[in-house]
Design a protein around this ligand. Sequence first.
Ligand code: ZN
Length: 196
Amino acid sequence: MFLEDTINPGSKSGWIEVICGSMFSGKTEELIRRLKRAEFAKQKVEIFKPNVDTRYAEEEVVSHDENSIRSTPVPSSSNIPILADGVDVVGIDEAQFFDSELVEVCTQLANRGTRVIVAGLDMDYAGKPFGPIPALMAVAEYVTKVHAVCVRCGNLANHSHRLSSSDDLVVLGEKNEYEPLCRSCFYGFKEKNKVV
Ligand code: ZN
């Protein structure tokens, strides 16, 4: 478990945290846990998500266990800096769906003293690095990989296996669309079905 540093009120420096993993790994729950702790500490918190993610309520980051926190959907990462003006902690959910400019946006926010917590899928359904997440992992001070449990063998799962045959990268995370698989079961399935 990531334990937050004590924040030095005299310090002007912010930082970037990345929470990533497969579907059903608890990324959003971990994001909400950190943001709620910041709220308890009387810090000003804002949460953004790409407006492509409309699975549940428009204005809330909602995790699978229905723990939720208010958020603002934005069309592009360039909308975030102005909305985050004067905010102590910026949370970004479903960050894999943002454009590559998100890396620069997070860097600028951290440089001006903001704590930035980014949550998103590290890999897409094909097992490839997803959107701006790999670059964010490179520039972040802290990276937390969370894991699901493989539904076939019970090992640690780090892959999101898509059950439907759609090739669209943006199929949102409904439970019946994906299953978490471990490396062995994921690549075993691909080998057996000759999926590239
Ligand atoms: Zn497995």
